[in-house]
Design a protein around this ligand. Structure first.
Ligand code: PHE
Length: 449
């Protein structure tokens, strides 16, 4: 017998746990900053409704129908498609390689919050703290390693049960915390410009790059395109209504991203930071927000702790996809494969960890440093490609009629079934395809030039 989620709540917690992570709290706000503000947010929401939500349902349905993790799910319906599962495994390696880098930064900031080092609103001092970390290879690699070890221990010990229980407290706590920070941020003097930057789209800034990044960010944030949701869906009982579940995850995920945006961007404008700062945005801005509120140090400590937790519920989902492939498909030993995969990811991650410091201009091929290479390769290429294949597969190989039967097997009527079917068969694959062409072009050029 395969394991099942103890309850629907258990599934939602795990799936939302995978979705909500550094992607929402760290990546979304800085991507808004580097992609023109409101126009990125508007596009993100448009893609979410027309592409993300339909695909979330497709992924969960595929998993529940086959009751198999991603590789087996594709294989059991048409073995020629199992490469999509393999693509997801590779993607998981690269995401975790740079995800653990950033997870390491968060650990370091948690420690620095405890020692009171972050208690200042001065952009220069906060910038220096970040720069110092980026130029301390030992520390970077040490914290990255700790983050990976914790991920591995959770996955190995199968204490996901405990994680599930802890999620019930930690995730709502993170949510409340973000709301408080957002309130502080938007009540700072001079925050209005930031709110405007977030929510007033300037369509003159719209271009293919922004579209590509918004789509990639959406897949990254929803954990779609590498098989996490297929795998998690496979543990769902046939009685569970997957329709509302599939809607709930994107809603929660996007709410967290938007609130994180509100916590960060207005403060950037109010406190004199740079909105186009990139990956360091959250790390320099939020400590300043804490420093400007009562009990700021305590808030800062708790906040970074909750972010570590949110990052771990995401990183375990990535690792799980890779492990289930080696254990289920290749019949390898679980402990040995986990340790080996962990080691490979650690080694892959080291160059990413050094990319904002000593290895800033070191690249494998082309002009991207390792951090940017992994980031672009996963969000814009691998996840987007995986999402494209997922869509074509459910639309044309499994067929939407079959999928709808699976969805309705738990005694629900899927009133929007014709709309969903049309989206999955035509609109979504065509839209992704158009953006993918330009993503490939862009990626290949950045490697060649
Ligand atoms: N969705 C996660 C986040 O927002 C990242 C992730 C991507 C997790 C892909 C699993 C798979 O942080």
């Amino acid at each position: 017998m395969r394991d099942k989620w103890s309850s629907k709540v258990g599934f939602i917690l795990a799936a939302a746990g995978s979705a909500v992570g550094l992607g929402n709290i760290w990546k979304f706000p800085y991507s808004v900053g580097t992609n023109g503000g409101g126009v990125f947010v508007a596009l993100y929401i448009l893609f979410l409704i027309t592409i993300g939500c339909p695909l979330m349902l497709a992924a969960i349905t595929l998993g529940r129908k086959t009751q198999k993790s991603v590789f087996g799910a594709y294989k059991s319906i048409d073995h020629r498609w199992s490469f999509v599962g393999a693509l997801g495994v590779v993607c998981g390696f690269f995401i975790l390689a740079f995800y653990s880098t950033v997870g390491g930064w968060v650990l370091y900031y948690f420690k620095s919050a405890i020692t009171g080092k972050l208690n200042t609103t001065d952009p220069n001092i906060l910038g220096d703290i970040f720069a110092q970390l980026m130029n301390s290879p030992k520390e970077l690699i040490f914290y990255q390693c700790i983050f990976l070890i914790v991920t591995i221990v959770i996955v190995l010990k199968g204490i996901s049960n405990g994680i599930e229980k802890a999620s019930k407290i930690m995730m709502p706590a993170l949510f409340v915390m973000l709301i408080i920070i957002a309130i502080r941020s938007i009540t700072l003097k001079g925050s209005l410009e930031g709110i405007r930057f977030l929510f007033t789209p300037d369509f003159s800034k719209l271009n293919m790059d922004v579209a590509m990044n918004a789509l990639g960010q959406m897949f990254f944030s929803l954990s779609i395109g590498m098989g996490v949701m297929v795998t998690y869906g496979s543990y769902l009982d046939k009685k569970v209504n997957i329709l509302d579940t599939a809607l709930m995850i994107p809603v929660i995920d996007t709410a967290v991203a938007l609130i994180a945006g509100l916590a960060t961007i207005p403060a950037v404008f109010a406190l004199g930071f740079e909105v186009g700062e990139g990956p360091k945005l959250m790390f320099v801005t939020l400590p300043a927000v804490f420093a400007s509120m009562p009990m700021g140090t305590l808030f800062c400590i708790v906040f970074f702790l909750l972010v570590i937790f949110a990052a771990l519920t995401s990183s375990i989902s990535m690792l799980e996809v890779a492990i289930s492939y080696f254990v289920d498909e290749k019949k390898k030993d679980r402990v040995k494969s986990t340790l080996l995969i962990g080691l490979v990811i650690f080694l892959l991650g080291i160059p990413a960890s050094l990319s904002m410091g000593p290895w800033e201009n070191v690249s494998f091929i082309g002009k991207l440093n390792f951090f940017d290479l992994y980031d672009k390769l996963t969000s814009n290429i691998l996840l987007t490609t995986g999402a494209f294949f997922l869509c074509v597969f459910v639309g044309w190989v499994l067929k939407t009629e079959e999928a709808i039967k699976e969805i309705e097997s738990s005694n629900v009527t899927f009133t929007l079934a014709p709309v969903w079917s049309f989206l999955i068969k035509y609109i979504v694959p065509i839209a992704i395809f158009i953006i993918l062409i330009s993503a490939y072009k862009d990626f290949i050029l950045s490697l060649l030039l």
